[in-house]
Ligand binder design. Structure first.
Ligand SMILES: [Zn+2]
Length: 270
């Protein structure tokens, strides 16, 4: 993958200078999309009669990934294109616009549109336009919590289930997660776990299982099926069931997600 460059030099200078000074950069800036992009999106928008009462606003937004979003607010439909879309051809941009417009109107999205979007999002031209990642200070996450040490848990799981062969990713406890238990971010090779799990009342089995699940995401990556990314493939699910105490762990996940304190740290087979 090519080194990521910002969309324009002024941004590099701005962010770079702020970072040198040790100051957190300002929130990423949003700006109106150039006319040619706006025109293409407007053409697609015109095909959605149920949205015709809305004013269309098209903006460029420094998303960290190739991304498009749509939201309705105050009588306007705001479509935000990631910076990368400046490198998109018309067909790709129309496909991306259709995806968000179909979703917004509750219609079924088209596999061909997802395929076009995914193809584009992997191109060097698109990646090169992503906002500078390295100049944006990443939040620092604690790896060793009060009760659970993620590196230690990772190493134990790695030995037990991966023959020690899985390279250790970045690890952290996220205080921002609300209902999400864990996540794996392939771009930054980062596994985050919900910091609420770092609690003496949470059974080790649950923490280990969630970490194991995210480790499987690192191991398996994703497949593109029907133009969409598929993460929980059959092989993934098979691997998941190899976890000792899988059923109990599933039950604990559900009760944790419902906001209940998991009881009985009984660990089947241990
Ligand atoms: Zn998952």
């Amino acid at each position: 993958m090519p080194k990521q460059r910002p969309a324009d030099a002024s941004q590099l200078w701005f962010w770079g200078r702020r970072e040198e000074a040790g100051v957190r950069p300002a929130r990423p800036t949003v700006r109106p999309a150039p006319d040619d992009l706006r025109t293409v999106v407007a053409r697609e928008f015109a095909g959605f009669r149920s949205l015709s009462h809305l004013r269309l606003v098209v903006e460029l937004f420094p998303y960290r990934d190739v991304k498009i979003s749509a939201a309705v607010q105050d009588g306007a439909l705001c479509i935000r294109l990631g910076e990368a879309f400046q490198a998109a051809d018309e067909a790709t941009l129309r496909a991306a616009a259709r995806i968000v417009l179909h979703k917004l109107t509750g219609r079924r999205t088209r596999p061909a549109d997802h395929a076009a979007f995914n193809r584009f999002s992997e191109t060097p031209a698109a990646r090169a336009l992503l906002p500078l990642h390295t100049a944006t200070p990443r939040p620092r996450y604690r790896t060793v919590g009060r009760h659970y040490s993620l590196p230690r848990l990772f190493d134990a799981l790695n030995r037990r289930y991966f023959h020690g062969a899985l390279p250790r990713p970045n690890l952290g406890w996220s205080p921002q997660f609300v209902s999400r238990l864990g996540s794996y971010y392939s771009e930054t090779d980062l596994i985050l776990l919900n910091a609420r799990l770092d609690d003496a009342r949470v059974p080790p089995l649950l923490v280990e299982y969630i970490l194991y699940h995210e480790m499987l995401h690192k191991k398996h990556g994703y497949r593109i099926v029907g133009g969409r990314r598929q993460y929980h493939t059959r092989q993934f699910r098979q691997d998941e069931r190899r976890f000792d105490g899988y059923e109990e762990a599933q039950r604990l996940c559900e009760s944790f997600a419902r906001g209940r304190r998991p009881r009985s740290p009984r660990r089947p087979g241990a």
